[in-house]
Write a protein that binds this ligand. Structure first.
Ligand code: AMP
Length: 420
């Protein structure tokens, strides 16, 4: 679990505000659900046999003897809220997004944490492939807005209750015949959740999976039509994708479409999936809610942040102005001037400790401010001061009652590099 301090938080804020903008454009409203839910919610939706529920949940008993869990993912809590508030009675289609911390007791590795942050979106009420395509489009535009380029969309269809059983049976038969070639984990998965074998990162397991039955060949006609139309729509939107018949995702609730965004970047090591999702048309009913189709996805912020940091861009906003005071007697007026300029919208830094002008100028350098204004007795009596550009260049004369407008009117110079 990580602490995020100023200096690091800005990149997170950038990702979050970009997400808010993009989801807003697509008509997705934000939902915030509690961090804890009844354990049963995750058992019934994500599935007992998944790693998430079987091994990774932070589960505890509260003082009332109820079994609660810190949420390991956001789809089930959002579905619970959708059902609890009878949202389907109020509107036929709802589009929601969420962001916030999730908790999984994971093994330590790059890009994997026990408290991590996800941004996710869910669209309820539309079973059509256009909804799947629209959801992928938000993600594509979100990644574009972040400036992340080397990300590939992988798609697959897992079929539905009609056609999946035949595939499942064939897969189990095939995997049993190759049991000895699988890793120890996969031999167990084979008993409890055979689809997960296709997810295994072990090379031998991947080789077995690659030669196994192809789920797409088992799709019934409606599922095939859904998948074909989805691909056509992605084409209409100009979204590039790869069909990957081994993509299954680790959760139980998916039907038909599943997808993942995979980043090829050494910074992420093997943990290269930045996000994924799929359609879960049966889950609402399974949780005791209305028979409402849904499609959703979730993306890990921690990995997006890692990728952005690798890009070398800075996200900290430097102050417009540093106010330094030349003498003890100007301290109060300096404080008041800073306050007034902040009210007028400038980002202003001011050394509340006072001290020598020399030490304040050092601090001004370090702050990365665009300009420094020195306030002394002379400036106070004349009402005139100078804006010293910290990147070098001629000082700009300024009236003390016109500082904000003058700062705003100055052309942006290259950012001064703050001293380490
Ligand atoms: P999942 O809910 O397992 O499909 O995960 C969706 C995305 O959340 C993944 O692609 C990761 O980017 C992110 N994620 C999942 N688990 C973790 C974790 N333990 N630490 C950091 N990110 C995670």
């Amino acid at each position: 679990m990580n602490d995020l301090l100023p200096g690091e938080i800005e990149v997170w804020q950038f990702v979050e505000s970009t997400a808010r903008t993009l989801f807003g454009r697509f008509g997705y409203g934000e939902v915030r659900t509690p961090m804890v839910e009844d354990t049963a919610l995750f058992v019934r939706s994500v599935g007992e046999e998944t790693d998430i529920v079987g091994k990774e949940m932070y589960t505890f008993e509260d003082k009332g003897g109820r079994s609660l869990s810190l949420r390991p993912e956001g789809t089930a809590p959002a579905a619970r809220a959708y059902i609890e508030h009878s949202v389907s009675n109020q509107e036929p289609v709802s589009r929601w997004f969420y962001m916030g911390p999730m908790f999984r007791y994971e093994r330590m590795k790059t890009g994997r944490y026990r408290q991590f942050s996800q941004i996710g979106a869910e669209a309820y009420g539309a079973k059509e492939p256009a909804q799947d395509a629209e959801l992928m489009d938000v993600v594509v535009q979100f990644l574009e807005a972040l400036g992340l380029k080397d990300v590939t969309l992988n798609i697959n269809s897992l079929g539905d209750d009609n056609c999946r059983p035949a595939y499942h049976a064939k897969l189990v038969e095939y995997l049993n015949a190759h049991r000895e070639e699988l890793c120890a984990d996969c031999q167990q998965r084979l008993e409890r959740n055979p689809l997960r074998v296709l997810d295994c990162k072990n090379e031998k397991c991947q080789a077995v999976a690659a030669a196994g039955p192809n789920v797409l060949e088992f799709l019934c006609e409606p599922c095939r039509a859904h998948f074909t139309d989805l691909q056509r729509k992605l084409g209409v939107l100009g979204i590039r994708y790869v069909v990957n018949h081994r993509l299954v995702r680790g959760l139980d609730y998916y039907t038909r479409t599943v997808f993942e965004f995979i980043a090829s970047h050494p910074a992420l090591g093997t943990a290269s999936t930045v996000g994924g999702g799929g359609r879960y048309d049966k889950m609402m009913k399974g949780l005791g809610g209305p028979d409402v189709p849904a499609v959703g996805y979730a993306m890990g912020l921690d990995r997006l942040v890692l990728l952005l940091k690798e890009g070398g861009k800075t996200f900290t906003q430097r102050p417009d102005l540093f106010i330094a005071v030349a003498d003890e007697g100007s301290q109060d007026e300096g404080l008041a001037l800073a306050s007034r300029l902040r009210r007028e919208g400038l980002k202003v830094d001011f050394d509340t400790r006072g001290g020598s002008l020399k030490s304040q100028m050092k601090r001004a350098d370090k702050s990365g401010a665009r300009f420094t204004l020195v306030l002394g007795e002379q400036e106070r009596t004349s009402g005139q001061a100078k804006l010293k550009p910290m990147a070098g260049g001629e000082p700009v004369p300024v009236a003390l009652d016109n500082v904000a407008a003058t700062v705003r009117a100055q052309p942006e110079a290259a950012a001064p590099v703050p001293a380490a």
